[in-house]
Design a protein around this ligand. Structure first.
Ligand code: GLV
Ligand code: MG
Length: 335
């Protein structure tokens, strides 16, 4: 079987960008904007200090007759903005659309030096990542870029879910994977009509205990897929994300969805509206009391082996490792 490295072969001609060791960069909120919408694009400079990632969206939510304006708007905004430490990502159109090739050629040629990550929608298998990977290698070499552009896949087709491990391993460029609940729901023929979050009909009812009406509890529609995606990402050293939450007004449900994803292992989510930026920052940063507890366990565990009791709770090598995850994330976010 071919390994991911086989797909990152240097080009025969030109000087391909070397693959860097990807340093940790916060990406708690991937904030979407429509670069063809002048009002929205004008707000980008003010958002730079508010978010970890700004993403110029070219795909869904940009109408077919505005695709070129969005692409041109992204080039203009990227050139005019000082992003500082904030990452610039784009979501290109899907590989079966008439726009994806032009998206890649234009963006890498014009603003490849500013672009950190290309998000690829509707990924169905490793072949989609290989295609983008090889194209990027050519375009980077042509533009004499000195660092590679990374790739992020959206998991939003049933075929993609069944191939998620291979997608995660498809290239050393792979930065991460986001769950795309809206397209995934349609592709799976689920009976929802919303962008992410739960559904009041997807519930369990408490056992009958008497005459009073039985309480119902909404279940998480995305638990299985998210958990499967987190495993694939963790096994291949890339980052998992929850995607969009479309009910902008329901900040409580948004926070619940983001928190479930964080606790399961995700490092961030998309923000579709400024109100979701603060939610993502809060949820995807470990709480100070959790960090303090983690540091206490780490200190008590010495070299990380053996067992100790703290406040009546048994700690051992495995809790030490969990605590290091929390403490190291807090340190990385504070750096
Ligand atoms: C995101 O693209 C989704 O389909 O949920
Ligand atoms: Mg989608």
């Amino acid at each position: 079987m071919r390994s991911a490295k086989d797909f990152f072969r240097p080009l025969a001609v030109g000087a391909p960008a070397p693959l860097r060791e990807v340093p940790f960069r916060p990406s708690r909120m991937i904030h979407f904007f429509d670069p063809g919408n002048e009002k929205m694009a004008a707000k980008v400079p003010a958002l730079v200090s508010e978010v970890d990632v700004l993403l110029g969206n070219l795909e869904d939510a940009v109408a077919a007759d505005r695709k070129e304006a969005a692409r041109a708007g992204l080039v203009k905004t990227a050139r005019a903005t000082d992003f500082g430490g904030t990452q610039l990502w784009t979501r290109i159109n899907s590989l079966d659309s008439p726009w994806a090739l032009d998206d890649l050629v234009t963006l890498v040629t014009e603003i490849g030096d500013r672009l950190d990550v290309v998000m690829v929608p509707k990924v169905e298998g490793p072949q989609d990542i290989h295609y983008v990977d090889r194209l990027l290698a050519q375009l980077e070499a042509k533009a004499a870029l000195t660092r590679p552009i990374l790739v992020h896949a959206i998991l939003e087709t049933a075929a993609g879910v069944t191939a998620v491990e291979e997608i995660a391993a498809a290239s050393p460029r792979m930065q991460g994977i986001s769950l795309g609940p809206a397209d995934l729901a349609a592709d799976r023929r689920m009976k929802t009509t919303r962008v992410g979050g739960g559904h009041p009909g997807y519930l369990v009812r408490e056992d009958p205990g008497g005459r009073a009406p039985r309480a119902t509890y909404q279940q998480d529609l995305w638990h299985y897929t998210l958990a499967r995606m987190v495993d694939a990402c963790a096994a291949h050293g890339i980052l998992p994300y929850y995607g969009p939450f479309g009910d902008i007004q329901d900040t409580t449900a948004c926070e619940d969805q983001f928190r479930n994803a964080f606790l399961l292992g995700c490092v961030g989510a998309w923000s579709l509206h400024p109100v979701q930026i603060g939610i993502a920052r809060r949820v995807f940063s470990p709480a100070p009391q959790e960090v303090a507890w983690a540091r206490r366990v780490i200190a008590a565990m010495g070299d990380g082996t053996g067992a100790v009791m703290i406040d009546g709770k048994m700690q051992d090598d495995a809790t030490y490792k969990q605590c290091r995850v929390v403490a190291e994330l807090a340190d990385a976010l504070a750096a």
